[in-house]
Design a protein around this ligand. Sequence first.
Ligand code: NAD
Length: 369
Amino acid sequence: MFRIIFFMQKKIAVLAGDGIGPEVMREAIKVLDKIAVIFDHKFLYNEELVGGAAYDVYGEHLPQKTLDACSDCDAILFGSVGGPVDKQTEKKWQGVEKNALLGLRKKFNLYANLRPIYLYKPLIELSVLKNNIVENGVDVMILRELTGGIYFGEHKTYMDNGEEVAIDIMSYKESEIRRIIKLAVEIAEKRNKKITVVDKANVLDCSLLWRKITKEFAQKNKNVDFEFMYVDNAAMQLMKNPNYFDVLLTENMFGDILSDLGSVISGSLGMAPSASLNDKNFGLFEPIGGSAQDIAGINIANPIAQILSAALMLKYSFSMIKEGEAIENAVINVLEKGIRTGDIYREGLRKVRTMEMGDYIAEAIVRDH
Ligand code: NAD
């Protein structure tokens, strides 16, 4: 039988960073290499320093050389940055996350943050939620606007009548709302075709504008169901019945809080990937956890969040949907066999180290068509 060879070449900026970053990144590259072989693609990796690792060499957390490498690539695969929790005040670590991540978000205009909240069936008992709520697993996509809203408005503190007053301004432009709703529609169309816009429209003008624009999209996209929910109710529903949601779309601050709340559903920080995209589908893909310095360098970190971040990169930046799904299926396959790193281990299963987990997942990748 002949197979049509469909060759694609992609350049990936690999910024492993600090702590467990380099260890879990190695496993993600191992998995990508397997994808390249099986699907006849070519991935070129441009490895650069970021965070404390970059500070040691260049005296800054996001050197120009790293930015240039990212500009020259089709996507950024990011590990994590940051020092040990008790060393945050040392110069090397001061402001590292802000300098590295905000710097990259700003440079590449990464306005959309995707946080898939997956709970794989074999990990149900690790979830903070009761078994009867999550018995079929969880699959929700939280989509957070990342470059507007209150975090980017004016902040000021001043004296008024002898007392201090602080203000923070939340604002949104129509264009900022439109581009993320458009992306939400594209994502929902590939999922269960439902978008819940989470807001506080009983109090905020920003939310009213989001609603007005959402309704325009709803008129034009009848194949997708749109609904609105207040953020306080959404927080409650996310815990009571997470699968009620398909795509949960929200503004920056609400998304910050809800996505962290959602992340506890998946059982371990070592399981949770994320993506930040711009309007050209260029993106930064990273685990949501940090550099986990408490377990760094001893080959016990869970590489799955990094590996699933690579899967998101394939799907969202390179439109390699089948390839991304092949990685996700390999992860499920390995979990179903009871193979676990320490953070997701329970008695009776097979405990493995970081490198073995990467080996098992790479081995489990198949092309089924
Ligand atoms: P953390 O997310 O690094 O770790 C929290 C806990 O989860 C730790 O016990 C850690 O061992 C565990 N954990 C995290 N990832 C894991 C994995 N893949 N496998 C197994 N266990 C895992 O948070 P922290 O310890 O509070 O922060 C450490 C450093 O990371 C700090 O400097 C912080 O500022 C930084 N940080 C960076 C990012 C980022 O790069 N995006 C995000 C959060 C925190």
